[in-house]
Design a binder for this molecule. Sequence first.
Ligand SMILES: [Fe+2]
Length: 335
Amino acid sequence: MHSNSLHKKIKILLVEDEKVTHRSISKALERHGYDCVGVYNLQDALNTIKQQPFDLILSDVILPDGTGIDFLEEVRKYLFSVPFVVLTASGKKSLMQKALANGASDFLTKPFNLENLPTIIERNLERRRLEDYKNSKKRTSMLFKTIQALITALEAKDSYTSGHSRRVARYALMMAEALKLTEHEKFILELSAILHDIGKIGMPDSILKKSTSLLDMEYKTAKEHTIIGSNIVGKIDELHEVAAIIRHHHERFDGTGYPDSLKGEAIPYFSRILAIVDAYESIVSDRVYSKQKSPETALEELTSNAGTQFDPVLVNIFAELIRNTSIRERQNNAS
Ligand SMILES: [Fe+2]
C-alpha cells in the first residue's frame, strides 16, 4: 500500500471513456492507496469538479462529448494549480503542444505500465507543493512589505516612535528563537509585533506627541489604541490570532492592565511576550516623555516588575537573552 494511505487520502479524478482502461486505472489507483472518482465523459467531469475538490486530475483526450483539452481549459479557469495529467493514445505532437499551452502538467501515453502511476502522480503533486510553497513565500513577503509601509506612515507622524515596531519585532523574534517557536508561531508573533500599535493611526497628534503626563480623558483615548488596532486587524479573517494578541498587549500580569484587566495566564501568551519586548524597546529608546536608558537599567526595570506587570518566567528568559546577546556583541567588537 502506498504511504499516502496513512494520511488523508489523495483524491484523484479519472476521466476515461474506455471501460476496460477506466477500470484498470481506477483499480490500480485504489490499490496504491489513492481515492479515485471516475467519470466517462466531459459533461460529468465538468459537473464533478464543481462539486468537490481534487488533488489531481487524470484525463483522456478523446471523450464522447468533447476533448480532454476542452476539459483542461475549463479546469484552468478556476482551479489554477491542480495538476492535470493527460492520457493520450497517440502522443501526437500538436495535441501535446495544445495541452501544454493550456496548462497540462504531464502526459501519459497509453498503453502504460500501471505500476508507474504512483511515480507520475507523486512527481506532479510534489511539483505543485513546491509551487504552492514558493507562492506562499512570495505572498508573505508582500504582506510584510505592505504592512511595513503602513507602519512607516504611522510612525512618520512621530519621530520618536520611528522604527519602534520594527525593533519590537526584532526582539520578539529573538524571544521566538529562545522559546523554539514553530515557523507559523514566529510568523504570528512577528506580525503582531509589527502591528501592535496600529490602533494609534486614529489617535490625535495632541495625545501622541504630548510630553507632559496625559489628562484622564486623554489617557482613556490613548488606551483605546489596543481595541482600535485589534478591530482593524480583526477585519482580516486569517489574522484573528494577531487581533487578539494586539488587544491584550497592555494587560498586566497582576490583572491591573487594559483593556480587559486579564490576569496571569489568561493573557494570551504572545501578548505577554509583546508587553515585555515593547516595554524594553521603549526604555532603551528616546521617547517624548523619557530619555533613553542603558540595556542594564532597562532590564532592571523589567525584572523589578516581574509578576506585577510582566510574566515572571518570560521576563527572566528575555533578560537572560539580552545579557547574553550584549556579551556576545561586546566580544565580537573586541575581536
Ligand atoms: Fe501599545
